[in-house]
Design a protein around this ligand. Structure first.
Ligand code: ZN
Length: 434
């Protein structure tokens, strides 16, 4: 299926989109054709031990579609990270081994490594999704860890993507629950994207929202079927995740699907890595963080007594960041400095226009944290900090400094620039119900 058939919205013809999207039952048999049409004679198969097993348990025919022997399979270590080292290793394999492209068998991490390596090595890749756990399959960016900082880098989408509901439904349920959590950030991310344009003139477009809106509603309607392994529910989720990735291609960035809630999640990841703790699922964190950011939006929309802070000195701000971010400070500071440079302009607009901006934000119809939580709970997905094994103090801490890690304007910045934070942080936590 072409993406234009999956999407009810007309897509601009000049977008770099996946050429084939296959969503449905028993699609493993399509692999040999896809490999031969999109990759050519010498594919490098990339997986980690558990994602490779997920494929093998379902249909061994997929593996016999591999035209080269065992040397064409690169198994990443268990629980790999999508970091610059792994990407470099795969680039070396592709270029050193004369491979004609990459077949990624896996979900977030394997897909990010394959997408980045294929882009850097100028070869095509195709993705076989082993879980409906995130919206990055069809996007034009890869989330990569570089020097401890999670960054999103432009990268070509897969030439073909298979989302086989039999495989997706057999994956551990927490993966699809995370996929749903990742999707639910959309209204909050979109409002953040709009704010960035309103205050900094960075550009905003309604098309990405229209691409994905209906599919997200459908996926939410089927939420209860996800932990039960219902194939229709998994297909609805797969469609929404693919279109969410497409919305990012249409926007030319992750902005329509990644705002302040993603900064909270990325900061929790960065902190876990520094302290050698296992990472939680991205979408599980995003679901809970979205409840927090939605609560913050509703409080700010009602906030009619702003106390605009004075322009701080960069020396003081950088000192705060050095203390707050410890060993990650060197990676964080350049992002924070870029954002800092726009403070005076943003503050002037807020002082002039806050009543109007509040009214405009209210018209977005951002769901309440309770409405988001209800959908997460229907899927039995985490909807509280306790379920993420996160302390309330860690969430409070992240709310005060997640804005530093990326030069992207979000509701977390707005709260500070209206003088609502830091005093209002405890109010947000109470309001969010997480
Ligand atoms: Zn995400």
């Amino acid at each position: 299926m072409k993406l234009t058939e999956l999407c009810s919205e007309p897509l601009p013809g000049d977008l770099d989109l996946s050429e084939e999207i296959l969503i449905g039952n028993d699609l493993c048999g399509e692999m040999p054709r896809l490999v031969s049409e999109h990759i050519g004679p010498r594919p490098l198969w990339l997986a980690d031990p558990s994602t490779w097993n997920a494929l093998g348990d379902v249909d061994l025919d997929c593996k016999t579609g591999r035209p080269v022997g065992e040397e064409g399979l690169h198994l990443l270590p268990g629980h790999p990270h999508a970091d610059t080292e792994q990407v470099g290793r795969v680039c070396g394999l592709v270029e050193g081994g004369g491979f004609s492209g990459i077949v990624a068998v896996g979900s977030g991490t394997v897909n990010d490594i394959a997408k980045m390596a294929a882009t850097l090595s100028s070869v095509p890749y195709i993705a076989f999704a082993t879980a409906a756990s995130m919206n990055g399959y069809s996007s034009g960016i890869a989330a990569i860890l570089a020097d401890g900082l999670k960054v999103t880098v432009p990268a070509r989408p897969p030439r073909a993507l298979i989302m086989d509901s039999n495989v997706l439904a057999k994956a551990p349920p927490e993966l699809a629950q995370a996929g749903l959590g990742d999707l639910l950030s959309k209204p909050v991310s979109t409002a953040d994207w709009w704010l960035g344009d309103r205050l900094e003139g960075r550009g905003f477009d309604e098309l990405p929202g229209r691409i994905v809106d209906d599919a997200v509603r459908q996926a939410a309607t089927h939420a209860t079927g996800l932990p039960l392994g219902d194939l229709q529910a998994h297909e609805a989720l797969a469609r929404a995740l693919v279109l969410s990735g497409t919305s990012m291609v249409a926007a030319g960035s992750s902005s329509p699907a990644s705002g302040g809630e993603h900064l909270l999640s990325h900061l929790w990841d960065m902190e876990a890595l520094v302290s050698n703790q296992p990472l939680r699922l991205h979408g599980a964190q995003v679901g809970v963080a979205t409840c927090i950011c939605a609560a913050l939006y509703h409080l700010l929309i009602d906030f009619d007594t702003p106390r605009f802070p004075k322009l701080p000195e960069w020396a003081k701000t950088s000192e705060r960041i050095r203390i707050a971010h410890g060993e990650l400070a060197d990676a964080v500071l350049p992002q924070a400095e870029k954002k800092f440079s726009g403070f005076a302009q943003r503050s002037a607009i807020l002082q002039e226009d806050w009543p109007q901006i509040r009214a405009e934000l209210a018209s977005f119809g951002i769901p309440t944290s309770q409405e988001i939580r209800t959908i997460l709970q229907a899927a039995r997905a985490p909807s509280t900090l306790v379920e993420l094994n996160l302390e309330k103090d860690e969430a409070i801490d992240a709310l005060s400094r997640a804005r530093d890690i990326r030069d992207r304007y979000t509701v977390l910045d707005l709260a500070f620039e209206l003088g609502f934070f830091p005093a209002g942080i405890s109010q947000v936590m109470a309001h969010s119900g997480v």
